[in-house]
Structures are given as C-alpha cells and as structure tokens.
Design a protein around this ligand. Structure first.
Ligand SMILES: CC(C)(COP(=O)(O)OP(=O)(O)OC[C@H]1O[C@@H](n2cnc3c(N)ncnc32)[C@H](O)[C@@H]1OP(=O)(O)O)[C@@H](O)C(=O)NCCC(=O)NCCS
Length: 145
C-alpha cells in the first residue's frame, strides 16, 4: 500500500472508482477543481502494485477541516485501504495543527459510518434530507485538541 498525491494523469482512474462508489458521483471537472483551483483541498490516493485503488479528498481551512470524499475500488474493499487513507490524512491534520474535522455521511452508509466511528468520529446531529434524493445525513465530528 502506497500513498500518492493525485495528479492529472490519475484522474481517469479516480473517476472509474467514483462512478462505482456514489449515487451522485463527482464528474471529472469536479475533481479538476479540487486538484487545481480549490486552495484548501488535499487530494491523495492509495495504490497497490502501482495501480490506484482508492482516494481521499479533505479540506483544511486554517484550524478546521472537512472530509469531502473517500472511496475504494469495489473489488478491493474490506482490506484496509480506507483505513490507510484515514490514518495518513490524520497525520497531515496533526502536522497542520488542525483542531477538528467534520463530515456528512448518508444515514444508510453503514460501512462508512463504521469506518468513521473506528477513527473516533462522533455523531453531532442529523441533517434532514441533506442529499438530493431526500436521504438524511449524519453530521459527524472529531476533535484533535
Ligand atoms: C467506506 C469505504 C471507503 C471503506 O473502504 P474499505 O477500504 O473497505 O475500508 P477498510 O477495509 O479500510 O475498513 C476500515 C473500517 O471501515 C469499516 N468497514 C468497512 N467496510 C465495512 C463493511 N463491509 N462492514 C462493516 N464495516 C465496514 C470497519 O469499521 C472497518 O474496520 P475493521 O476492518 O477493523 O472492522 C468503502 O466501502 C467505499 O468506498 N464505499 C463507497 C464510497 C463511500 O461510501 N464513501 C464514504 C462516504 S464519503
């Protein structure tokens, strides 16, 4: 397992994983925005045998942060890739003296909720009908102080 910085040439692989992972996937342009224009965005991937199998996007805005996205190729799930991405992200949060992270997750997304709980995130509140299809989000957070 190796951590890599996402670059232009990895974006097509990102989009393939994205499309099999989300009901309302980001388009390539959305990823290009995160890569080139959003000054707060950090975008990393995990590879196995030099092939991209997952990625994470998070935003550091001074002392706070937001987890934007994490996804792992369907056939590679349950093998620790997301945990590896989360661990590396948290290392960067500490290096940047970030004090907190928040995220939204679909109420039905048990795998992701378990992942976040494993990393110490706690439910803050429910955001009713947060998603376009009407599903509620669980708003979760973690303090690094
Ligand atoms: C959520 C997701 C990123 C997890 O990736 P993964 O590489 O399979 O996760 P890991 O193997 O690193 O597992 C880490 C932890 O996540 C939780 N988890 C992951 N898959 C799970 C499953 N099928 N059932 C229960 N818990 C699960 C567990 O807590 C697990 O820890 P454990 O192995 O000690 O029990 C992956 O399922 C995915 O890409 N889903 C689609 C995209 C998505 O929903 N992203 C999150 C919303 S932004």
């Amino acid at each position: 397992m190796e951590l890599v910085k996402i670059t232009d040439k990895l974006l097509d692989d990102v989009v393939l994983i994205e499309n099999e992972s989300f009901k309302a996937p980001f388009k390539k342009e959305n990823f290009e925005y995160e890569l080139k224009e959003n000054p707060f965005s950090k975008f990393y991937g995990v590879t196995e045998d030099n092939k991209l199998v997952g990625y994470i996007i998070f935003w550091i805005t001074f002392n706070t942060s937001t987890l934007c996205k994490i996804a792992v190729q369907q056939s590679k799930r349950n093998r620790g890739f997301a945990g590896f991405l989360m661990k590396n992200m948290e290392k960067m949060l500490l290096e940047n003296e970030v004090e907190s992270m928040t995220l939204e997750v679909r109420k039905s997304n048990e795998n992701a909720i378990n992942l976040y709980k494993k990393f110490g995130f706690k439910e803050i509140t429910i955001k009713p009908k947060y998603y376009d299809d009407g599903e509620d989000a669980i708003y979760m957070g973690k303090l690094y102080l």
